[in-house]
Design a protein around this ligand. Structure first.
Ligand SMILES: [Zn+2]
Ligand SMILES: [Zn+2]
Length: 640
């Protein structure tokens, strides 16, 4: 008999050689029906896996988050079979899951086009309807290499696998693929799916290799999940910041400077509103602000280590025969400012912020509107402190970060802590102190976080902030990074209590990351329906006929005197046409005025996105609007 431990701590006895499926059946017929895989001693495995005495086993059902990944990966196998069936010359490379779906890289001389997707999907549907079992076939590494002799891709996959046993999976028919698994028990367990796109991809991302075709697909547990996902994608297309940015005259790109954004007047209003808020909150959190040069000599970048580690992404220039680099990061400049004075522990923690303009070389293929540019402004800061101060400083940065994100209406974050990698500098002691300070600060703030073991930079551990927008897309924005390397490289010191010179701890941190990218995210998150404080324009006065033009101008002056961003539409068009135009420009408040409003010193307010108009005295409207700007209220609605 085999004794199996269940997640609730209880045990179940099974005949020797029983599988995870038999365990699920013994627990209950419902569980057996919903089961798609198992977690055995922490590792995911097929339901057909035999269980050993003493094993810890959890049955994975469609309710578990990992189930989706296993199902999507199984769907990739089915797609591979369908493609091989249609194009027998296909050579399969690899087919992992990605966020929201999966892909398979294939080597096939004939190009696959979107017109072909339906044909592939029909074949896949056939395989799924046949409800064929996934079967695992194990062999030694040598046997597997013999079996796949001549297949350079799969042979390479075996070389990359770390297990001594190599497994193949068949799914009925003659199709078989090298894979470590696990998979759903039968193809019938695969949910609603769709092939999304096909793109070129190099083998291992290496441009010297042959260009492969990467076929993307998505799969979900229910038709509703799939429909919702496709709807989010449609919505994202409508919100594309490149299209809205052009239509609303916020920014542009020009062939004269690929990857370098031109911010227009309206875009700069958004930019400056963010800068004002950023300055105010940093002042409140005890930061000083500095500005360091964009061009610094080559020698400095040797000293900072960027020359050895980052040169490929940097731009260079010559001045008077001496080589200079355009900064990709602000830190070395920050270190030079630090070194202009002597420092004592009494001045610590010292928080120094910089809205630093940095340049990084991006390949032309990866640039994407404001999301990926070659020049951007980083909301950077460096904190110099003693080791015992680290934790309190991290707490303060976390509070600042959350306060900033919430001001923009973001409420869903997740946080990742990356720890000591194999290749690192600094003593184990300082790594322990710092990593504990980071996790201690998160625990203190009761913030759940994910640990990326060994994923920190060689010079220190870090925390990354990921934020979810209204389309459930995740964006990595903020980062807090401890650095044991740069203060040493630059010989930074402070005088400690015992009168000896010591090296300070340096914390790099950014909250928004890149201003350009953040504005791109905001445009898509709000669909360019900006809250009042960020809106390029707050209001437009719309007289219903020429007769009230004078009153419209009077209202306009009152609004301008109150520093509201506004204009008036005195054109000959009908008021409905004026409203439609203001709507298309996404102006928050349309103030319609006619003889009735002129007599009563009021405005009839039509609010963006709302059906009902509200009549309110001009003074009252100004007061309401100003309060919304101060409070950074997202909602535009008001009570007269
Ligand atoms: Zn597989
Ligand atoms: Zn830095």
């Amino acid at each position: 008999m085999a004794k199996i431990k269940l997640p609730d701590g209880s045990t179940i006895e099974l005949d020797n050689g029983s599988t995870a499926r038999q365990l699920a059946e013994k627990i209950g017929p419902n569980l057996a029906k919903q089961a798609i895989a198992a977690q055995i001693n922490g590792k995911f495995a097929d339901l057909s896996t035999p269980l050993n005495d003493g094993a810890d086993v959890k049955i994975i059902t469609t309710k578990d988050p990992q189930a989706l990944d296993i199902m999507r990966h199984s769907c990739a196998h089915v797609m591979a079979e369908a493609i091989c069936d249609i194009w027998p010359d296909t050579k399969l490379v690899y087919g992992p899951t990605v966020k929201d779906g999966f892909y398979y890289d294939i080597d096939l001389d004939e190009s696959i086009h979107p017109d072909d997707f339906e044909r592939i999907e029909n074949k896949m549907r056939e395989i799924i309807q046949q409800d064929r079992p996934f079967r695992r076939n194990e062999m030694t590494r040598r046997q597997a290499l013999e079996k796949l002799a001549g297949d350079k891709y799969k042979t390479d996959n075996i070389k990359h696998a770390d297990s001594p046993v190599i497994s193949f999976y068949s799914q009925g028919g003659g199709f078989e693929d090298l894979c470590r698994g696990p998979h759903v028990p039968t193809t019938g367990k695969i949910g609603p799916f769709k092939i999304m796109s096909v793109a070129g991809a190099y083998w291992h991302g290496d441009p010297t290799q042959k260009m492969l075709q990467r076929v993307y697909g998505t799969a979900w547990q229910t038709q509703k999940d799939l429909d919702d996902y496709l709807e989010r994608l449609e919505e994202a297309k409508k919100r594309d910041h490149r299209i809205l940015g052009k239509r609303l005259d916020l920014f542009s790109f020009n062939q004269a400077a690929p990857g370098f954004a031109f911010m227009h007047a309206k875009g700069m209003i958004i930019w400056n509103a963010i800068v004002d808020f950023w300055r105010d909150i940093h002042d409140r959190y005890g930061y000083q602000e500095i500005k360091t040069p964009i061009i610094l000599n080559e020698e400095l970048w040797h000293k900072s280590g960027h020359w050895d580690n980052y040169k490929e992404n940097m731009y260079f220039t010559d001045i008077d025969g001496i080589s200079y680099a355009i900064k990709p990061m602000n830190c070395p400049g920050g270190c030079l400012v630090y070194k202009t004075r002597q420092h004592s522990y009494r001045q610590f923690p010292m928080r120094v912020a910089e809205l630093g303009l940095v340049h990084r070389h991006e390949a032309s293929g990866v640039m994407h509107g404001l999301f990926r540019v070659r020049q951007f402004t980083q909301d950077d800061a460096h904190i110099f402190c003693t080791p015992p101060q680290i934790e309190a400083e991290i707490v303060s940065v976390i509070e600042l970060t959350f306060e900033i994100y919430r001001a923009f209406g973001f409420e869903d974050f997740h946080i990742e802590l990356s720890t000591k990698p194999e290749k690192h500098i600094g003593t184990d002691e300082i790594w322990d102190i710092s990593t504990n300070a980071l996790s201690g600060a998160l625990d203190y703030k009761k913030i759940p976080f994910k640990i990326n073991e060994g994923d920190g930079a060689f010079y220190g551990p870090k925390i990354d902030f990921h934020l979810e927008d209204c389309l459930k897309r995740s964006w990595q924005l903020g980062t807090i990074q401890l650095d044991f390397s740069m203060p040493q490289r630059f010989g930074l010191v402070y005088t400690d209590k015992d009168n000896t010179e010591k090296t300070p701890v340096m914390i790099h941190r950014a909250v928004l990351g890149s201003f350009e990218r953040f504005i791109g995210i905001l445009i898509e998150h709000y669909a360019a329906n900006f809250p009042l404080w960020l809106s390029p324009q707050h209001a437009r006065v719309l007289p219903i006929s020429e007769k009230t033009n004078d009153y419209a101008l009077k209202v306009l002056h009152m609004l301008k005197d109150a520093r509201l961003r506004c204009d008036a539409d005195l054109s000959d068009e009908k008021v409905n046409a004026k409203i439609a135009k203001a709507h298309a420009e996404k102006i928050p408040y349309m103030l319609v005025v006619g003889p009735k409003e002129a007599d009563a010193a009021t405005v009839n307010v039509r609010t963006r996105g709302l059906k009902q108009n509200k009549t309110v005295a001009v003074d009252r409207f100004i007061q309401l609007a100003k309060q919304k700007i101060i409070d950074k209220t997202i909602d535009l609605d008001f009570q007269p």
